[in-house]
Structure formats: structure tokens, C-alpha cells
Ligand binder design. Structure first.
Ligand code: UD2
Length: 310
């Protein structure tokens, strides 16, 4: 089948493309290359089943997809990963975040409605919950996002549900927790902490922890996330909203020590004040991921870290 992957040149997107091509599907990537990189898909160069199209989803996707559907028939399913990915950027630029993250989702849904797409899988975020006191956090926890990023992800979820209920577009929403793995770009201060720590520890440079490092996160390996995406792309799980996490949590200080040790123990660990808006605890309840999509995270943090460092 023909699957469109928005944000397909990004970290999670490129792993998703690997999996879909591996399963024999035809894939069209839409990416504006703001944070996505052509290098993430370079190993598919020459693949007859992959089209890569430069497209900003916040400007609509009809024109970008037209040449591909003219050649290969309709897009059957969409994985919508394209986004402005930084929570901090969204605080400084809420309108940009709204246009890309909420507007982009509406453009995808309009396309799905108009062309009869058979499944839209949406990458939402743990950011929809905001600060939650009781862990693990289940999907029925009241949503109180504390950033424009979280608000736009939540608004997008509501839009998905509206298109499903009113227009009959089959949708599944995945709320990603802290995803890590190979190809995560460490170059921005808001990059995933594991990509930053790995980059520094490999070079023997110091790691910087914001706060005392007692804050916890639920890290899930990208390979497990991609299995969840593939399961959600199948028929069924309509209007399901599922957390995508490992179900475990680790303190940032313990994580830093593990990464330093795996890299030969040369890096010092320094501390700086907590970031504003820092969430202190995060752990996903993962029953629904298992029950609705049949997925349990399989990669231990140690194995995932080794693979990432390799
Ligand atoms: C994650 C998501 C974000 C949003 C949010 C929702 C990533 C990369 N970001 O933000 O998109 O969904 O969850 O709650 O997955 N840290 C350090 N040193 C560093 C970098 C980070 O101590 O050099 C700490 C940071 O203060 C935080 C933890 O590591 O306590 C994780 O930081 P992150 O930026 O990887 O992810 P997070 O949870 O802030």
C-alpha cells in the first residue's frame, strides 16, 4: 500500500520509513527539512518505492502528493509526525507552533477526509498531560498542558476525534513519552537528553544536568515506538488514544551515570538550575498500548543505550 509519512526525514520518521519499506510498502515522505535531514534516508537512495517531497505541512499537502498519487494511486494511510518539536520554542513562538502543529494536523485531516484515507496515525505527546502528581499517568488523566506545544498537540487530538466522529476518518493517536535512539540529533539545546549525553560522553566532555537529577522520565527506544506506529496503521484501534512509553522511569542523574560508564567513565557530571517548567516525574501507564495495539516495549534501557552509542 501507499503510506505517506509527514516528517519522514526526522528521527522517528526515518525509522518509520525503514520499517514500512522493509514490509514492502510504497512510501512518500513529506518533510520541510527544518529539523529533518536527507541523510537520515540516504541509505534508501535509488529505492523505487520511496518518494521524498519537500513540503511544509502547514501549507497543505494536496499539491505535494498529487504527482505521487497520479503515478501510484491513492494514499491509503498517513503517519503524521511532522511538527515543530521544541516545547521551549513553542513558548516563545506560540503562533508558529499553532500553525505548524495544529494547522499542519488540520491539513492532513482535510486531505484524509477528501481522499478517503483509511487510517491517520498521529504523533501526540505526554505534553498534553502537563504536570501530573500521580504516576504512572494513564490516558484518562485530565489533560492540562502547560505549553503551547502541549495545547496544540491536544487540539490536534480533538481534531482527529472530530474527523473520526463526523467525517468517518479512521484515526489512532499515540502519546509519545521520551523517545531516544540512533539518529536523534544532539545539536540543539532542546534535543533529547540521551542524544546530548551520548554525544558528550563519547567525546569525554562534561554532562550538564538541570537540577539535582532526581527528576524522572519514561524513555522508550525508537524501535519500540516504530512497532507501535506500525500496529496503529493497521485497521482497527479507531479513535484510540494510547500512551507510548516503556512503563518504567529513571532519574536523570542515574541515566547520566550509566551513559558516562558505558563510554569509559571520562566525563564529569555538572549541575545547573532546573529549566523553567520542568516536570519532575514522568512514567506512562502502558496497559492500553498493550490491549489496543498489542505492543509492549521490548528494548531495555541498557540495550537501547548501547545501540544508540554504537
Ligand atoms: C519531552 C519531549 C518534548 C515534550 C515533553 C513533554 C523530547 C526530546 N522532548 O521533553 O517534546 O513531549 O517531553 O513533557 O523527548 N536534561 C538535562 N541535561 C540536558 C538535557 C536535558 O539534565 O543536557 C534533563 C531535562 O531537564 C529533563 C530531562 O533531561 O529533566 C529530559 O529532557 P528532554 O529535553 O530530553 O525531554 P523533556 O522530558 O523535557
Amino acid at each position: 500500500m501507499l503510506v505517506a509519512v509527514t516528517g519522514g526525514a526526522g528521527f522517528i520518521g526515518s525509522h518509520t520509513v525503514d520499517r514500512l519499506l522493509g514490509a514492502g510498502h510504497r512510501v512518500v515522505v513529506l518533510d520541510d527539512f527544518r529539523t529533518g535531514r536527507r541523510a537520515n534516508l540516504a541509505h534508501h537512495a535509488g529505492s523505487e518505492r520511496l518518494d521524498i517531497i519537500a513540503c511544509d505541512v502547514s501549507h497543505g499537502i494536496f499539491a505535494a502528493l498529487a504527482p505521487v498519487t497520479a503515478r501510484h494511486g491513492p494514499v491509503e494511510r498517513i503517519v503524521h509526525l511532522a511538527a515543530q518539536v521544541s516545547v521551549v520554542h513553542s513558548v516563545a513562538n506560540p503562533l508558529v507552533d499553532m500553525q505548524i502543529n495544529y494547522g499542519g494536523t488540520l491539513h492532513v485531516l482535510e486531505y484524509a477526509r477528501a481522499t478517503g484515507v483509511r487510517k491517520v496515525v498521529f504523533a501526540s505527546s505526554a505534553a498534553v498531560y502537563g504536570d501530573v502528581a500521580i504516576m504512572p499517568v494513564g490516558e484518562d488523566t485530565p489533560t492540562r498542558p502547560v505549553s503551547p506545544y502541549g495545547i496544540d498537540k491536544l487540539a490536534s487530538e480533538l481534531a482527529l476525534d472530530y474527523y473520526a466522529a463526523v467525517h468517518g476518518v479512521p484515526t489512532t493517536t499515540l502519546r509519545f513519552f521520551n523517545v531516544y535512539g540512533p539518529r536523534q540529533d544532539p545539536s540543539s539545546p532542546y534535543s533529547g537528553v540521551i542524544s546530548i549525553f551520548a554525544d558528550r560522553a563519547k567525546a569525554g566532555r562534561p554532562l550538564l544536568i538541570f537540577g539535582d537529577g532526581s527528576q524522572t522520565r519514561d524513555f522508550i527506544y525508537v524501535g519500540d515506538v516504530v512497532r507501535a506506529i506500525a500496529a496503529a496503521l493497521e485497521d482497527g484501534a479507531d479513535r484510540v488514544v494510547a500512551n507510548v512509553g516503556s512503563g518504567g522511569e529513571i532519574a536523570v542523574l542515574e541515566l547520566a551515570r550509566s551513559i558516562v560508564e558505558l563510554c569509559g567513565g571520562r566525563s564529569a557530571i555538572h549541575h545547573a538550575p532546573y529549566r523553567p517548567g520542568e516536570i519532575l516525574k514522568s512514567r506512562a501507564q502502558v496497559d492500553r498500548l498493550h490491549e489496543a495495539l498489542g505492543i509492549v516495549a521490548e528494548t531495555s534501557l541498557l540495550d537501547g543505550l548501547r545501540e544508540t552509542l554504537r
